[in-house]
Design a binder for this molecule. Structure first.
Ligand code: BES
Ligand code: MN
Ligand code: ZN
Length: 514
């Protein structure tokens, strides 16, 4: 999808479809909505729509649409008005959705080109608004019907972003560029998540990450069993041993440019190193603690945390923030076989320098995500990470706790948490913080080993986070449990069903806060 900025009155735009956003500006409690179109120059569009709007059929509710053919006084062939809801509640997040609605309005009608008028309103920051608009349009263009033999590519090829003449050109250009980069990277993650287990093995995921890194100038190493044995990654290896597919330990590195003022510094650049750790289980059967067959096909999305990290690195490579980032994605398949690990087995996790590896009693082979992440976290620290963030489709329990709208978030450090929540205001993603109090640790105590890999029936998402915390230790850390939000079964007016690419945007904002 191409995007370009048009700095002309929206009435002058020649297009198949012009989308203009509208709010209900009526005061609270008013009997009738008061529809106001929000283009920098709304007058011509407002005039073209006036008679229909007067009829009262359109209320500007979020995602509501109204189509007008051959709108009088406009060069556009069609005008679609997309609702943003109440004027008083308007934020860029509504704009993100509405831009997705506009693109998804065009797709089934085989309109390959749309123009979207950037809304101007009090309370809408111009740069964040255009960024959200670019994100929404790009995300709206994604569909997951990859393997249908009758697939018709209905992708929107070009989006003209129409800004009112006289807008702040720099804000417009930066907002558009950033929005497109971040959303294309999120779509990249979605495409990986959408791949079935037979077509995206750990090895292939490694290859895809390496290709992305080559394209965007990141360093990338993809290791397998041998290197993992050298590192004594007993927890990660235990998950892989039941599968015929070799695991992949994917390491991607972003180095910021050397500061322009100071010449070449000797030795490593001081300052934070951000460690991104992703769960990359390309298929989770549960292993010997095998899952029921109902919905097991969805366990191809158990690498969504890893995909989010690969997507975030893709964005970071282009946005070039001034901080070093290393990402470790632990990719494996969790399968039952004669070689698979058993409940009751004890595994020794990767040792940290000067300490023996922690002994883990395997209670349930289906609690495999925390095992691969344990070694991934230790390795990220060994690679120099001073701050950690991980993302994982870790527990079904997080969906029981929070439902399908908020991801679960955990943090062991207030400053790091503040950076993360500040980023949510920009990303528009929803995460809800859950507790990590030390006394939850009791549930993962083992008699035979240091810890066990499950914590019983209650608070499953917290128990899993407590397990990870054993390996994180004092390093400032955010843990994102995205099991219930990485995949949606029903399409939304602004977004396709299937993989959501959740967490890419929030991780990118978190990185940019450093
Ligand atoms: N990948 C699953 C979690 C999951 C469940 C993700 C549903 C997406 C949708 C994870 O590996 C798992 O199986 N967790 C177990 C942990 C339990 C055995 C302690 C779970 O949540 O049931
Ligand atoms: Mn599992
Ligand atoms: Zn899993």
């Amino acid at each position: 999808m191409n995007t370009k900025i048009l700095s002309v009155p929206s009435s002058d735009v020649s297009t198949e479809l012009l989308a203009v956003f509208a709010v209900d500006a009526a005061p609270k409690g008013a009997a009738k909505p008061e529809i106001r179109l929000l283009a920098g120059d709304d007058a011509p569009a407002q005039a073209a729509a006036q008679s229909v709007l007067a009829g009262g059929e359109f209320k500007a509710e979020p995602c509501e649409t109204l189509l007008i053919h051959n709108p009088a006084g406009l060069k556009a062939k069609r005008l679609v008005i997309v609702g943003l809801g109440k004027a008083a509640k308007l934020t860029p997040h509504e704009v993100r959705k509405a831009a997705g609605v506009a693109v998804r309005f065009a797709k089934p009608r085989s309109l390959r080109e749309v123009a979207i008028a950037v809304p101007v309103a009090e309370g809408l920051d111009p740069k964040l608004t255009i960024r959200a608009l670019a994100e929404g349009a790009t995300l709206g263009d994604y569909d997951s019907d990859t393997y249908r033999s009758d697939r018709k590519d209905r992708g929107v090829q070009s989006v003209q972003v129409v800004v009112a003449p006289g807008s702040d050109q720099a804000a417009v250009e930066t907002g558009l560029r950033e929005g497109v980069i971040v959303a294309e990277s999120q779509n990249f993650a979605r495409a990986l998540v959408n791949e079935p287990g037979n077509r995206l093995t750990p090895t292939i995921l490694g290859r895809r990450a390496a290709e992305m890194c080559r394209e965007f100038g990141l360093r990338c190493e993809v290791h397998s069993t041998e290197k993992m044995r050298d590192l004594q990654m007993g927890a990660f290896l235990s998950v892989t041993q039941g599968s015929d597919e070799p695991p992949a330990l994917i390491v991607m590195t972003y180095e910021p440019a050397v500061s322009e003022s100071g010449g070449a510094p000797a030795g490593p650049v001081p300052g934070p190193v951000l460690g991104l750790v992703g769960k990359g289980i390309t298929f989770d059967s549960g292993g010997i603690s095998i899952k029921p067959s109902d919905n097991m096909e969805k366990m191809k999305y158990d690498m969504a945390g890893g995909a989010a990290m690969i997507g975030a690195m893709r964005a970071i490579a282009q946005l070039r923030p001034p901080v070093k980032v290393v990402s470790v994605v632990c990719a494996a398949e969790n399968m039952p076989s004669g070689k698979a690990q058993r409940p009751g087995d004890v595994q020794i996790a990767m040792p940290a320098p000067g300490k023996p590896g922690k002994a883990i009693e395997i209670i349930n082979t289906d609690a495999e995500g925390r095992l691969v992440l344990a070694d991934g976290i230790t390795y990220a620290k060994q690679l120099g990470a001073t701050h950690l963030i991980d993302a994982a489709t870790l527990t079904a329990a997080v969906g029981i706790a929070l439902g399908l709208l908020n991801g679960g978030a955990f943090a062991n450090d207030e400053d790091t948490w503040q950076r993360f929540t500040a980023g949510l205001k920009v990303s528009g993603e929803r995460f809800w913080r859950l507790p990590l109090d030390d006394d939850y640790r009791d549930v993962i105590k083992s008699t035979i080993a240091d810890i066990k890999n499950t914590g019983g029936r209650y608070g499953g998402a917290i128990n899993a986070a407590m397990f990870l915390k054993e390996f994180v230790e004092d390093t400032p850390w955010i843990h994102l449990d995205i099991a219930a939000v990485a995949w949606v079964d029903d399409p939304k007016p602004w977004s396709a069903s299937g993989p959501t690419g959740v967490a890419v945007r929030s991780i990118v904002e978190w990185i940019r806060s450093f």
